[in-house]
Design a protein around this ligand. Structure first.
Ligand SMILES: Nc1ncnc2c1ncn2[C@@H]1O[C@H](COP(=O)(O)OP(=O)(O)O)[C@@H](O)[C@H]1O
Ligand SMILES: [Mg+2]
Length: 294
């Protein structure tokens, strides 16, 4: 079986490189001949909808594409040409934007009360923040402000007062954002559940006693955890609701540990999961792909 791993040409940190290495090593264990390419090896024609590979980069003879990428226009063009992408381009797009994720999962998963912050233009910003009063009175303080596009906890903020919310909104004006009820029981603590196909294959708890954000990249520590059936149901429903084959689902702990969806990651890092649980999710990803292809 032949596969193509398409990564982003411009993401080259040691951390993402080790993820690519792990994906290639997993393919080797699964007996898959995997070729590494980047989104810059292709160009997408938006006039005729077709994608072409650069000379000598033709991916002919590929059984599937592991699309470790957020370049969804390339993804959709490859799908139009008949390739099956893992994950599908539309599912990646839905995950990448936190407002879109919640819009698509309404009625499917329990989620914190979440409000879309009115969109402005980055050339104009907010010259009137009176709308914040309604957000504050609806969510209560503190509440969480998140840029719709963000990762590693870097674009997630806690507004303790209306003044703080105003400063945060002025700082990020022009970026699309959501405001979200702060789940206080989950302060500095959440669950990362890795879904492949119809189940959670590995899970860890992440804790940070110095920050409300538990991301490992932000100093969080990870511990293996036995996931409850309710947590697993929520994780799988979220992944399926977005059309994902695999995903890292972040789950908050509500009252009595009731699971509440935080966000869904289509290209989640898995080094911390491997270190804390000993489970290599790449083995599960490839056996899922093989079961669908053969
Ligand atoms: N509504 C919330 N209530 C409590 N903690 C939250 C909430 N939203 C996010 N967090 C904390 O912030 C972290 C980062 O938020 P998340 O939405 O997962 O963004 P990112 O894409 O940056 O990981 C979460 O892992 C969690 O620890
Ligand atoms: Mg997260």
């Amino acid at each position: 079986m032949k596969g193509l791993l398409i990564v982003n040409a411009f993401l080259n940190s040691p951390q993402v490189r080790s993820t690519y290495d792990a994906l290639l090593a997993g393919a080797k264990r699964a007996g898959i001949d995997m070729r590494l390419m980047t989104n810059a090896d292709f160009f997408v024609r938006l006039d005729d909808g077709l994608v072409r590979a650069l000379p000598d980069r033709d991916p002919e003879g590929t059984d599937f594409i592991l699309f470790w990428n957020k370049d969804v226009f390339l993804g959709r063009a490859l799908e139009r040409m008949g390739y099956r992408l893992y994950n599908c381009a539309d599912a990646i797009e839905a995950c990448d934007n936190k407002a879109l994720t919640f819009e698509m999962l309404q009625g499917i998963c329990r989620m914190p009360k979440t409000v879309k912050i009115p969109m402005t233009f980055n050339t104009i910003g907010y010259d009137d923040l009176s709308f914040e009063e309604y957000i504050g009175s609806s969510l209560g303080y503190p509440y969480v402000i998140k840029e719709c596009l963000g990762s590693y906890g870097g674009q997630v903020y806690l507004a303790t007062t209306s003044d703080e919310a105003h400063s945060i909104l002025k700082m990020i004006e022009g970026k699309d954002c959501i405001a979200q009820e702060f789940i206080g029981e989950s302060k500095g603590r959440d669950l990362r559940a890795y879904v492949v196909g119809d189940r959670v294959v590995a899970a860890m708890e992440r804790c940070n006693d110095r920050d409300f954000r538990s991301n490992i990249a932000n100093g969080g520590k990870s511990y293996p955890i036995d996931i409850t059936p309710e947590q697993e149901r929520l994780a799988v429903d979220a992944a399926h609701g977005l059309g994902l084959d695999f995903a890292g689902v972040d789950i908050l702990f509500g009252k009595n540990d009731e699971p509440i969806l935080c966000e869904v990651n289509s290209n989640a890092q898995f080094a911390a999961l491997l270190a804390s649980t000993g489970i290599d999710v790449t083995d599960h990803i490839y056996s899922h792909i093989k079961s669908l292809i053969s």
